[in-house]
Design a protein around this ligand. Structure first.
Ligand code: OOG
Ligand code: NI
Length: 463
């Protein structure tokens, strides 16, 4: 039997193919890639060898060039279930649950992404995948029509379904089948110029919520953006107009800091694209806005405690940042985050961010009995003695408040509606067919493993 291609390889083949497809479909995405590559090269050129911006080391720098995230919006539980199987072929698993209803979006979501260190280092491709919550559509008739339309559509090709069964039975795909898989899976993410419903139906859904029209009226869940990772989001945002791109007014997430934390994002507005509605025997021209561009800058993953502090400060910042844009918004946000420590040692000692530990070359401990036994104190002592070094772990996930801001900026501010806060975490997992992984547990495991490896290397595994 021919050898199986690794999931990491299939993921990279797929993400490159998707990037090529999106560049051909949305040329501004290609411009954005060039701009980000330019800014990243300049940032690295001017950065000292070892600094907070680039402190994640060589493997982190290697992945930046191909690092992307994208987003799709699905219509039914069945679609989400099959999508999970599609991503599993690429070594991508559901991490985190994002409820967007409190922010006025009738969807909930997860992020499919690699979870193991080696896979993340090779290519951390992620797809923010939301599922429409039809039960939040108030109009009963509209809800029933949406459900009927979605029930009829098949967003996966027959060949893809066969390949999924084959993958599940054999535990992998050979080279030829992996190539077929990439081609077939790409079809699900492709843009369709032809709406599946007439103009009147489209406008009825659009009126209820623009997101509903986007999910219900097309053959499939077109990829709506692909996001490259920049090393300096402020510089990129500033340069966007010179490159003919108009960014949204504010950067989502935390302010600029010496030690970047979590995720900062900004996007350019969705394009108004020509579409065709079926109309009797002919077609009727219309437009649809869904696809946009986005950039992101990633920093350290926060512990639960750090994240709580972040959420509190962000919520409190609303009082002073409200209505502000651009530089003045960032200044007010910066002030609002004054209380959040901004050096690695304090972030580590106060248990606010996750760190990865590596033994330093030639390090030896001759007096292990002199070391403290308590974990945190031990870590600090080993760092003090130059036996190990600590690096912040990169945040690999998303932020619900920021995601809502990105949704809104391309759907229009008026898109936010009021939905009763009914958490449907368990409905989502029932549709998915598995539980989503807990992002905090993944970071903790990674941190723990790296520390255990350090202790082994230093002959301290008994501690
Ligand atoms: C997804 C928006 C969320 C992000 O980066 O937070 C997102 C969507 O518009 O479908 O992509
Ligand atoms: Ni995004």
């Amino acid at each position: 039997m021919a050898r199986h291609v690794s999931s990491d390889d299939i993921r990279t083949r797929f993400s490159l193919a998707m990037s090529d497809m999106y560049r051909a479909e949305v040329p501004q995405y290609g411009t954005l890639l060039k701009l980000v590559a330019d800014i990243n090269a300049q940032t690295l050129y001017h950065a000292p060898g070892d600094n907070a911006l680039t402190n994640q080391g060589g493997s982190e720098m290697a992945r930046i060039e191909i690092e992307r995230h994208g987003a799709i919006r699905l219509g039914t539980a069945g679609e989400l279930h099959t999508m999970r199987r599609v991503f599993a072929v690429m070594g991508m698993f559901p991490v985190g649950y994002y409820d967007l209803a409190p922010a006025g979006m009738p969807v909930h979501a997860t992020a499919f992404r690699p979870v193991e260190d080696e896979a993340l280092a090779l290519n951390p491709f992620r797809v923010f995948t939301s599922l429409l919550r039809l039960e939040l559509i108030e109009d009963e008739d509209l809800r029933a029509r949406a459900a009927a339309i979605l029930e009829r559509r098949q967003i996966f090709t027959d060949r893809l379904m066969t390949l999924l069964d084959q993958f599940d039975a054999d535990g992998g795909l050979n080279d030829e089948d992996a190539t077929a898989f990439v081609i077939e899976a790409l079809e699900t993410f492709r843009w369709h110029r032809h709406a599946t419903v007439d103009a009147k139906t489209y406008h009825a859904f659009h009126q209820a919520h623009r997101l509903i029209a986007d999910v219900v009226c097309f053959h499939g869940p077109h990829i709506n953006h692909l996001t490259p990772r920049t090393l300096d989001i402020d510089a990129t945002q500033q340069a966007m107009p010179e490159w003919g791109i108009t960014p949204k007014a504010t950067i989502e997430g935390p302010p600029r800091r010496n030690c970047p934390i979590l995720l900062r994002q900004t996007s350019f507005k969705a394009l108004e694209e020509p579409i065709l509605f079926p109309s009797g025997d002919s077609e009727e021209a219309g437009t649809h806005t869904a696809r946009f561009g986005e950039i992101e800058q990633r920093g350290a993953a926060l512990t639960r405690r750090g994240r709580e502090r972040y959420d509190e400060l962000l919520a409190a910042s609303r009082d002073t940042t409200h209505g502000l844009e651009g530089e003045s918004h960032q200044r007010a946000l910066h002030d609002a985050f004054h209380a959040f420590p901004d050096d690695e040692a304090t972030l580590r000692r106060e248990g606010l961010a996750w760190f990865d530990y590596q033994p330093l070359e030639g390090a030896r401990i001759d007096d292990p009995e002199a070391l403290p036994v308590e974990r945190d104190a031990l870590v600090e002592a080993l760092i003090e003695r130059n036996a190990i070094r600590a690096r912040p772990i990169t945040y690999e996930d998303f932020l619900p408040v920021s995601a809502a801001g990105i949704f809104q900026s391309n759907l229009g501010e008026s898109s936010a509606q009021h939905y009763a806060a009914t958490d449907s975490h368990s409905d989502f997992e029932a549709a998915l067919g598995v539980a989503v992984e807990d992002e905090f547990a993944l970071y903790e495991r990674r941190s723990e493993r790296s520390l255990t490896a350090c202790l082994d290397a230093l002959g301290l595994s008994h501690l």
